[in-house]
Design a protein around this ligand. Structure first.
Ligand SMILES: Cc1ncc(COP(=O)(O)O)c(C=O)c1O
Length: 391
C-alpha cells in the first residue's frame, strides 16, 4: 500500500477538510532528533506543535525535556494543565499575565521569561510582584560581517558580546525581583535555513552557515563563561531543528530547542544533515472540475508566516504532480490545482497537503486525527480546538 492509499484507507470515515498526524512518522522524526542531539535534552518548541496532547506525548519520550512556549498566557495555561519547566522564548509586556505569574507558586517556579533589555526588567519590576521571576537572557546569535554591512539571522536581542551580556546579567542579579536562571541564543540563520539548495545560492548559504558556526562557537562560549561569573545558570539553550547536532556539540550548550522536525513540514525538506518523514498532513475535498485538467479543492489558503513567496504555501502532496494556478495560488475558500494528476481527480476525491511550517497548521483545525499504519487511533484537540488562540 502506498502512502496515499494508506492515508485514504485510515481516514475513509472522515469528511475533509481535516488534519492528521502520522504517529509512525512522528516517532521516527523524534528518534532521529534525539539521536542528533546526542546526550543533550531537546526542549520542545510549542509554537511548532500547538497541540497539548502531542506536547505531552513528546515529553514522555526519552530525550525531550521542558517546553519552549511562545507567549506567557500560553505558558500559564500549559502549567495550569500540569506541564512543567516552561521557557517563554520571546519577551512579554503583558502586565496581567505577569501578575498572574507572580501570584502563583507553581507558575513562578515552573515558568521562565525572556528579557534582552533593561526596559523589560523595569516593566516587570514596576509591577511589584510578590514572588521573584525566573529570567532568561536572550543573546543575539546572528552572523554579522563586512563591518556590520552583512547580517544573517533573526533581528532579536541587542545583547551580543560577552561584556554586554555580563553587564546585563549583573543588572538582573542585583534586583531582588529576579532570579537569573538561563541563557538562550537562537541561530536562525543555521537552524531555520535549508542548506541543500543547488547553485550559487546554495553555496552562499553553506559558506555563511560555516562561518557563522565557527564564529558562534567562540562567541557563545565567551558569553556563557562571562555570564556564569555573575550567576549560576540552570540552562543554556540554543539551536532549532536544522542545527540540532551542531548546537548540541558546543560545550557550553546544555540543551537544544526544536519542534518543527517532529511534524517535518515542507520548509524542512532542504537540509543536507537530516531528512524527516512528513507527519502532519491535511486533506481537502475536490469540489469541482472547472475543466477536465483542473481539480478545485475546498479551502487551502493556509499560508505560513515569514517572507512572502511560493515557499510559504502548503505543498499539494498526494497525489504527486499537482501545482497551483499562477493567478490564484492557494485560495481563501477554494484552490484550483493543475497538473497531470488533476486529470484523474474526480469530485469527492481528496488531496493531501503539507503545511510549509509546523504548528501553524493547528490554527486551522480543531483536532488532529492520529494515524497508526492504516488506522485512525485517536483524535486530539489542537490549541484552537481547546479554544486557545495565543497568536
Ligand atoms: C527561540 C527559538 N528557538 C528555537 C526555534 C526552533 O524551532 P523549530 O525547531 O520548531 O523550528 C525557534 C524557531 O523560530 C525559536 O524562535
Amino acid at each position: 500500500m502506498d502512502d496515499r492509499q494508506r492515508l485514504d484507507t485510515a481516514t475513509a470515515g472522515l469528511r475533509p477538510p481535516f488534519a492528521v498526524l502520522d504517529m509512525d512518522a512522528l516517532r521516527a522524526n523524534a528518534a532521529d532528533m534525539t539521536r542528533r542531539a546526542g546526550r543533550k535534552p531537546i526542549r520542545v518548541a510549542s509554537k511548532s506543535i500547538r497541540c497539548r496532547p502531542i506536547l505531552e506525548r513528546v515529553l514522555a519520550m526519552d530525550g525531550f525535556a521542558g517546553v519552549m512556549a511562545f507567549t506567557l498566557p500560553e505558558a500559564l495555561w500549559l502549567v495550569s494543565t500540569g506541564l512543567r519547566d516552561v521557557l517563554v522564548a520571546y519577551p512579554t509586556v503583558d502586565a496581567d499575565a505577569l501578575r498572574a505569574l507572580g501570584s502563583d507558586d507553581t507558575a513562578a517556579r515552573e515558568i521562565t521569561v525572556m528579557v534582552d533589555s533593561p526596559e523589560h526588567l523595569d516593566l516587570i519590576e514596576g509591577l511589584g510582584l510578590p514572588r521573584p521571576v525566573r529570567i532568561c537572557l536572550d543573546i543575539d546569535a546572528a552572523f554579522v560581517t563586512l563591518a556590520g554591512r552583512f547580517r544573517a539571522g533573526a533581528l532579536r536581542s541587542p545583547v551580543r558580546e560577552p561584556d554586554q551580556a555580563a553587564g546585563f546579567a549583573a543588572d538582573v542579579v542585583k534586583r531582588p525581583a529576579f532570579r537569573l536562571v538561563g541563557l538562550m541564543s537562537y541561530e536562525a540563520q543555521i537552524a531555520g535555513v535549508g542548506d541543500n539548495v543547488p547553485g550559487p545560492y546554495g553555496r552562499a548559504i553553506r559558506w555563511m552557515q560555516d562561518r557563522s558556526r565557527r564564529e558562534l562557537i567562540v562567541r557563545r562560549g565567551r558569553v556563557v563563561r562571562a555570564v556564569r561569573q555573575v550567576a549560576d545558570l540552570e540552562f543554556v539553550n540554543g539551536g532549532g531543528t536544522g542545527s540540532i547536532e551542531k548546537t548540541a556539540a558546543e560545550r557550553v550548550i546544555t540543551e537544544v530547542a526544536a519542534g518543527s522536525g517532529l511534524f517535518h513540514p515542507r520548509l524542512f525538506d532542504f537540509y543536507r544533515n537530516f531528512s524527516g518523514h512528513p507527519a502532519a498532513l491535511f486533506a481537502l475535498p475536490v469540489v469541482r472540475k472547472p475543466s477536465p485538467t483542473v481539480a478545485t479543492v475546498l479551502g487551502g489558503g493556509y499560508h505560513a508566516s515569514g517572507p512572502p513567496g511560493p515557499a510559504r504555501l502548503p505543498q499539494p502532496y498526494l497525489p504527486a504532480g499537482l501545482r497551483y494556478d499562477a493567478n490564484e495560488g492557494a485560495g481563501e475558500v477554494q484552490t484550483p490545482l493543475l497538473g497531470q494528476a488533476a486529470e484523474d481527480l474526480r469530485v469527492g476525491d481528496r488531496v493531501w497537503f503539507r503545511h510549509a511550517k509546523a504548528g501553524e497548521l493547528c490554527e486551522h483545525f480543531a483536532t488532529l486525527h492520529l494515524v497508526e499504519g492504516d488506522r485512525v487511533v485517536d483524535e486530539v484537540p489542537t490549541y484552537r480546538g481547546e479554544g486557545k488562540a495565543f497568536l
